[in-house]
Each structure stands twice: as structure tokens, then as C-alpha cells.
Design a binder for this molecule. Structure first.
Ligand SMILES: Nc1ncnc2c1ncn2[C@@H]1O[C@H](COP(=O)(O)OP(=O)(O)OP(=O)(O)O)[C@@H](O)[C@H]1O
Ligand SMILES: [Mg+2]
Length: 232
């Protein structure tokens, strides 16, 4: 049976810029994500896709409404957690892949992938073992000691995906994961996401303008007027 992993109820979000009136980006938006499904968020630029991913991923908070996460039958209301609890929750349960990978340039690929596991308290050797397995999975074993500057854009993005997965998060948010890649690398990243999803039953929520990504997901949610307009 399908189980809910994440639910947002009537969330609103405005940004205030100094001197100007608030812009209400999300208005009473509700969304439900089921465990193991892939969902894409589509809609014109500026409609609030990234804003929504940030809120769902605890990187930012809504002005009103609730965001609920379900894990083994227990319900966690994200916006009731303290700052430390939120950081811990994010580290353990959520993976992020951004358009510009955000890898740490001083560290090599292996170290970048290990980082969230070390933060979660894993020993150096265990974190390294896990990171090596994931790097193999994304097909970059022979690049593990390269720093981000020594990797191609597509390779950097695959390392970012490995990093997003190391703590075995229940849900992965990807914001334009192929946005800065050429067609060939986009396809490789797309194939990887689909493969990971089939192997590990990972839940993916992807904001994208890429039609190929959108059609490859289980559901396509169309955003507009500050909310989810419908499913395509
Ligand atoms: N930190 C911020 N401060 C003020 N306004 C912001 C901030 N972040 C986003 N906005 C505004 O909120 C709106 C939604 O932005 P968001 O980045 O969520 O759109 P998007 O759907 O992801 O667009 P794109 O497809 O271009 O990535 C935009 O009008 C943007 O200018
Ligand atoms: Mg965006």
C-alpha cells in the first residue's frame, strides 16, 4: 500500500524586500508525496518551485501552514523542531541535489560524498566505505580522488547525487539537477536517478523545466498562482 512520506498543508510564503511590499510566492499550497514515487514540479520561471523545495526540505520555513514528515508510522511536524533538531533531521532524512552541485572545492570527490556521513557521526572508515560504494554506483570510481575542479559538470553532478544519498535519506529533492549540463550529461544524470529509484525505492521530488525529466517521473505537478494547479 502507498504510504505518505511528506505532506504540506496550506503553506504560504512571502518574501519582503526592503521598502517594497511583500511578494506572496506560495499561497495556501498543499501537496502530498508518497514513499517511493518520483514527482516533478513544473511551471514558469518565478512560480515558486525552488521556494517550495526549500520549504519541504527544511532549508527555509513557511509563514503559515504545516509540513509533516512520516517515518515508520511516526509523524514529525517539521516546523516545530528546534534549529538543532531541524539540522539533524535534514542530515538524516533529506538529500539535496542542486543545479550547481555545491561541492566543496577543497575536498576531493570521495571526501565530498563522505561529509554528510561524518556529520551524522559515522566513523571515518565506515563513511569512506559507504562513499566508495556510492561512487562506484554513479560510475566514477576512477575519479574518487579528483577535486570538483578536476571533474566535468556531469561528473560533479553525479558526485552530488552520491553525496545526497549517503545517509540513505527517505526523500531527495533535486532543483534543476540537469540545468547546467549538456544533452549527453543530462541523460546520464536522468538515467542514474531512474536507476537509483528502481534499486532503492528512493522518493525523488524534482523541480525542472526539462520535459524529458518531467515525463520520466510518476507524477507531474503543475505550479501556478502560488499553488499546485493540478496534475498532468
Ligand atoms: N530570497 C528571496 N528574496 C526575495 N524574493 C525571492 C527570494 N527567493 C525567491 N524570490 C522570488 O520568489 C519568486 C519565486 O522564486 P523561485 O526561485 O521559487 O522560482 P522558480 O519557480 O524556482 O523559478 P525558476 O524556474 O526560474 O527556477 C520569484 O519571483 C523570486 O524573485
Ligand atoms: Mg528554481
Amino acid at each position: 500500500m502507498n504510504k505518505t512520506i511528506l505532506k504540506a498543508e496550506n503553506i504560504s510564503k512571502s518574501y519582503s524586500m526592503d521598502g517594497k511590499a511583500d511578494t506572496e510566492v506560495l499561497k495556501d499550497l498543499s501537496i502530498e508525496i508518497m514513499k517511493g514515487e518520483t514527482v516533478s514540479l513544473v511551471g514558469p520561471s518565478g512560480v515558486g518551485k525552488s521556494t517550495l523545495l526549500h520549504l519541504l526540505g527544511t532549508l527555509d520555513e513557511p509563514d503559515s501552514g504545516r509540513i509533516l514528515h512520516y517515518d515508520n508510522g511516526s509523524e514529525i511536524e517539521l516546523n516545530k523542531l528546534t534549529r538543532n533538531q531541524t539540522a539533524d533531521f535534514r542530515n538524516r532524512h533529506i538529500g539535496f541535489v542542486f543545479q550547481f552541485h555545491h561541492l566543496l572545492v577543497e575536498f576531493n570527490a570521495l571526501e565530498n560524498v563522505m561529509m554528510p556521513a561524518l556529520i551524522a557521526g559515522l566513523s571515518n572508515s565506515k563513511a569512506a566505505d559507504k562513499a566508495r560504494q556510492l561512487i562506484e554506483l554513479v560510475g566514477l570510481t576512477n575519479r574518487a580522488d579528483h577535486k570538483p575542479g578536476q571533474l566535468s559538470g556531469g561528473e560533479q553532478q553525479r558526485i552530488a547525487i552520491a553525496r545526497a544519498l549517503i545517509n540513505e535519506p527517505g526523500i531527495v529533492f533535486a532543483d534543476e539537477p540537469t540545468g547546467n549540463l549538456d544533452g549527453k550529461n543530462s541523460k546520464a544524470v536522468l538515467a542514474l536517478i531512474s536507476d537509483l529509484r528502481q534499486r532503492f525505492n528512493i522518493t525523488f521530488v524534482v523541480a525542472t523545466h526539462n520535459e524529458e525529466i518531467a515525463t520520466s517521473t510518476d507524477r507531474v505537478l503543475v505550479m501556478g498562482e502560488g499553488r499546485i494547479l493540478g496534475e498532468r
